[in-house]
Design a protein around this ligand. Structure first.
Ligand SMILES: Nc1ncnc2c1ncn2[C@@H]1O[C@H](COP(=O)(O)OP(=O)(O)OP(=O)(O)O)[C@@H](O)[C@H]1O
Ligand SMILES: [Mg+2]
Length: 362
């Protein structure tokens, strides 16, 4: 399917981001990079906009090297990828960001814009001077949210200025120009919506299982209705394996990545650790349903992220939340240029959603 420009603006209206540079006229954005700086890996995609087509031009993925400065690793990645563009979008996740789903009395946008500057602090664990805030106002009420015609639904996002500034510095060090700072969350949702047009308007959940945090997003009838970064990922499992089995980091890593054949004692540790994560997922769902009593039920959970490849994760998740769990391909609606190695791309699919969501931003 070819993507329409209108569709891109629809995506834009949904994306939550801290725009840094809105001065470039839209028709100048011909190609850009989406850079996902994870805690265990770097993934970057370059996408060009050719009329109605989005073309995936370059993809690169590298595991982070311990004790090597991050800025040097990004610099090396950018050099190796040979991107044509200098424009980059990047994202934040985890402890430094806050996402709140709020309900306000209906008011016009200008009034809301001025009042939120004063009001925001009461919804945040930070002082307003420490953070950059952004928000998205939903045009129509939700079906399941239970709000009246007198209220409007808003997603409020805050990110620490220090984190945003760090991204600016990292981009500069790699001789790139940071165009927008997004959230992993919204990049994930954008990539999903773009690559699964047939699921538009459905109630579903996305989980990106990373190294340090696992990002959960619940879409109710296509609208982002809940999100949470659960502080558990592949690094935590490796650390628990190392401690409990009294083994080296390398051995723990091997067990985590191993296909099936873990020993019984190793399997028990993996299962117990996963229980903690899956319990958090389950209680997030319960919390969501409690807060949104009329919400339509999530039909399917779509997973991504490096840690989603853990051999028993999908099955254990299915059992815990009693819903079908599926993987998805964020490149499915992109034209793949022959500069991209299609075989290598297949193996990278779990790592790609956030960087693609960032690269296809208008
Ligand atoms: N085949 C596999 N089986 C189990 N775990 C895996 C596998 N491949 C990668 N992982 C784990 O997935 C994690 C990395 O995933 P990913 O690259 O998506 O994380 P990240 O984006 O760097 O982290 P974060 O999103 O938390 O910042 C690591 O902890 C890694 O050990
Ligand atoms: Mg990640």
């Amino acid at each position: 399917m070819k993507i329409q420009i209108q569709k891109l603006s629809a995506l834009a209206s949904k994306s939550l981001s801290f725009l840094l540079d809105q001065s470039a006229p839209e028709n100048q954005v011909k190609r850009q990079i989406g850079l996902n700086i994870g805690r265990s890996s770097l993934t970057a995609c370059e996408v060009s906009f050719n009329g109605e087509q989005l073309i995936l031009e370059r993809v690169i993925h590298k595991e982070l090297i311990k004790n090597k400065p991050l800025e040097n690793q990004i610099k090396d990645l950018v050099q190796e990828a040979k991107f044509e563009s200098k424009q980059v979008n990047a994202s934040l996740k985890g402890q430094g960001i806050v996402v709140r789903f709020l309900s306000f009395p209906k008011m016009n946008r200008a009034d809301f814009a001025s009042s939120i500057q004063f009001e925001a602090e009461k919804y945040l664990p930070f002082t307003i001077s420490e953070v950059v805030i952004d928000y998205h106002i939903f045009e129509s009420p939700t079906v399941g949210g239970g709000e009246s015609a007198d209220t409007m639904q808003v997603i409020l996002v805050a990110a620490r200025k220090t984190d945003v500034n760090k991204l600016i510095e990292l981009a500069q060090a790699a001789e790139l120009k940071l165009k927008a700072v997004d959230l992993d969350l919204s990049a994930l949702v954008n990539a999903f919506e773009h690559s699964n047009p047939e699921l538009k308007g459905r109630s579903l959940a996305l989980i990106d299982f990373g190294a340090v945090d696992s990002t959960l997003a619940i879409l109710e009838k296509g609208r982002l209705a809940f999100s949470r970064d659960i502080a558990f990922g592949g690094h935590d499992l490796a650390e628990i394996l190392r401690r409990k089995l009294n083994i080296s980091e390398e051995e723990a890593f091997k067990i985590e990545h191993g296909p099936q054949a873990a020993h019984a004692d190793q399997l028990i540790v993996i299962q117990e650790s996963l229980e903690r994560l899956l319990h958090e997922v389950k209680s997030s769902f319960n919390y969501y349903y409690n807060q949104n009593q009329n919400a339509s039920a999530v039909e399917t959970v779509y997973v991504s992220g490096g840690f989603s490849q853990l051999s028993m994760l999908k099955e254990a998740l299915e059992k815990q939340i009693e819903l079908p769990v599926k993987t998805w391909d964020p490149t499915s609606q992109l034209t793949i240029k022959d500069t991209v190695d299609k075989e290598a791309l297949k193996a990278l699919i779990p790592y790609l959603p956030v960087s693609i969501g960032l690269a296809i931003r208008p």
